[in-house]
Design a protein around this ligand. Structure first.
Ligand SMILES: NC(=O)c1ccc[n+]([C@@H]2O[C@H](COP(=O)([O-])OP(=O)(O)OC[C@H]3O[C@@H](n4cnc5c(N)ncnc54)[C@H](O)[C@@H]3O)[C@@H](O)[C@H]2O)c1
Length: 346
């Protein structure tokens, strides 16, 4: 693909603002030609705020009227399958927000439809693209820690996520599917694929349909063991929202990503510590600027891959492996036994 790419965005709700700002930063590469939301007021507000030529309330109409090089789907998961299949029918490459879909079958249907249509599909799995995680990845790739043995990956907060995303309180599968999925993805990226997972869930806050605390134990193919924690019900202080904290150990060293975006690396008996946050952008703000900026990094990766004809790091196919960990974690919690993740046969 050469020249500026023509994009449409579907879903102009809470999180789409970050996507819209990021597309504006990528304006040398991408023309956002249309936005769409079934809520006409939201679609029009996004159109006006971000100078987008056209707003739609019907995605099918947007696809038939616009010539799009790709579509950015920022709706919640129940609509993902229908919208991705619509994109596939129009042979328009699609990037879709996490969680990929409510069920494994939906995820597979989207991957297969895009494969059959010959179009790229990427899941907006942005935690991998947070600046501190990119730095951790570099340390691990350098081999400085030696073969990895153990890790703890931890998302613990009491921040009121229900204020901005009230639909979360109704989710029967809550914290693993909403944020644990990001942390499980990081566990895969840093320690490799997983052979089995055990999980305990708890419901702490009254009035929720699902679990708001999960503690998972993973065995990785290469031998490492990791503990993955996700909760919206932590009372600890300081509250570390929205940071994912890490401890990773290897035979030759260790690293820790601590509160305050501090990365401590121990190798050869000596320890260094550095700040791995990034400066604020015009549209980002504390405390979530690193998470907001990762949206930009994710979208840039998508555009680079589209241009190069390369499979994105978080393609639909790749994300099935992360989603399989979520499915296995819920099965493990229900059965009280460790569960091997599903493998897509395609
Ligand atoms: N990656 C992250 O860090 C991160 C953070 C927050 C939210 N999210 C994800 O972003 C997605 C959106 O979340 P949100 O909080 O912005 O939700 P939201 O409910 O605020 O916004 C979704 C919007 O999509 C619209 N919509 C739904 N179905 C549609 C359809 N078929 N056609 C057109 N518009 C449709 C709704 O009217 C709504 O305005 C979710 O999947 C959520 O998990 C990701």
């Amino acid at each position: 693909m050469v020249g500026k790419l023509r994009a449409g965005l579907i879903g102009c709700g809470f999180f789409a603002r970050n996507h819209l700002h990021a597309w504006r930063e990528l304006a040398d590469e991408v023309d956002l030609v249309a936005v769409c939301d079934t809520d006409a007021g939201r679609a029009e507000a996004a159109r006006q705020a971000f100078d987008v030529p056209t707003a739609y309330t019907d995605a099918a109409e947007m696809f038939s009227r616009e010539r799009l090089d790709f579509v950015d789907i920022v709706t919640t998961m129940p609509s993902h399958r229908a919208l991705v299949l619509l994109a596939a029918a129009h042979k328009v490459p699609a990037i879709v927000q996490k969680p990929f879909a409510p069920t494994w079958e939906d995820c597979v249907a989207m991957v297969e439809a895009c494969r059959d249509a010959g179009i790229p599909l990427m899941v907006h799995e942005n935690f991998r693209f947070q600046a501190p995680m990119l730095e951790v990845g570099e340390v691990l790739r350098s081999g400085a820690l030696g073969p990895l043995t153990w890790a703890r990956l931890s998302w613990r907060t009491g921040y009121d996520v229900y204020a901005g995303q009230p639909y979360l309180a109704q989710e029967k599968q809550l914290v693993i599917l909403d944020v644990g999925i990001h942390v499980l993805d990081l566990a895969r990226v840093f320690l490799g694929e997983v052979t089995r997972i055990a999980c305990e869930t708890q419901s702490i806050r009254p009035g929720l349909a699902g679990e708001d605390m999960a503690t998972m134990l993973l065995r990785h193919e290469a031998g490492a063991v990791s503990v993955v924690e996700a909760t919206y019900a932590s009372r600890r202080q300081p509250d570390t929202f929205p940071e994912t904290l890490l401890e990773i150990e290897g035979r030759d060293g260790a690293l820790a990503l601590d509160h305050g975006l501090k990365l401590r690396v121990t190798t050869g008996g000596s320890t260094t510590e550095r700040y791995v946050g990034t400066p604020l952008r015009a549209w980002t703000s504390e405390p979530w600027h690193v998470a907001q900026e990762s949206v930009l990094n994710t979208q840039r990766h998508w555009v680079e891959c589209l241009r190069a004809g390369r499979e994105p790091a978080t393609s639909g196919r790749d994300n099935l492996k992360t989603y399989a960990l979520v499915v296995a974690a819920y099965e493990a919690a229900a059965s009280g036994r460790a569960v091997a993740p599903k493998v897509w046969a395609g």
